[in-house]
Design a protein around this ligand. Structure first.
Ligand code: FE2
Ligand code: FE2
Length: 192
């Protein structure tokens, strides 16, 4: 499938605002890939499709994950917002013909991040936070760091999400804690 065919299909499944967000994440991911020497075409596809399962309703999402026999941990099962990235990696393959493991993984990990992310995974994680339409406290600093020091940007993004989760009193998936710890350790190792 060409990128234009992907866009056409995506636009039919997402709200106009979510589709706009997807295109902006794609643009941001391409710019970051150019800067950090990641594969630009993979960044383009992963950025565009990262939220491709976001159009599914909650009950539909659970049904689909069951259909594809996706194994979920206890926190994932109880945190619907985490499921669209997991189902998104399935949909990218099943509905958009993406076979590339690196792209599928970047989609899978875009919400929580994890320790030991590849550059492509970091780029999609960060692009999702800093695209032009985002507006939250600290977004300017995150945008600046994204193009200066991607690990520092990851720390800012994790802090912002963790703060939000704490405010809401929701479950925190350990993957985001691990992503944050890993980024901090990478920064420290560089300055040692
Ligand atoms: Fe997402
Ligand atoms: Fe997103």
């Amino acid at each position: 499938m060409t990128i234009d065919e992907m866009k056409e299909r995506l636009e039919q499944t997402l709200s106009p605002e979510r589709f706009r967000h997807s295109e902006e994440v794609m643009n941001e991911a391409v710019r970051l890939a150019e800067l950090y020497g990641a594969d630009i075409e993979k960044a383009r596809i992963a950025g565009l499709l990262h939220d491709c399962a976001k159009g599914a309703r909650k009950d539909e999402t659970y049904k689909e994950l069951e259909k594809y026999r996706v194994v979920l941990d206890d926190i994932q099962k109880r945190t619907p917002v985490l499921l669209h990235s997991i189902l998104g990696s399935v949909y990218a393959k099943e509905h958009y013909g993406v076979e590339d493991r690196e792209i599928l993984d970047a989609i899978y990990w875009h919400t929580t991040g994890k320790a030991g992310m590849t550059m492509l995974e970091k780029i999609i994680f960060v692009a999702d936070y800093i695209e032009r339409g985002r507006n939250y406290e600290g977004v300017e600093e995150a945008r600046k760091q994204a193009y200066t020091d991607i690990e520092k940007c990851i720390v800012i993004c994790c802090n912002s999400t963790i703060r939000y989760i704490l405010q809401k009193g929701r479950l925190i998936h350990p993957h985001i804690i691990e992503a944050r710890n890993d980024a901090i350790m990478q920064i420290e190792r560089r300055t040692d």
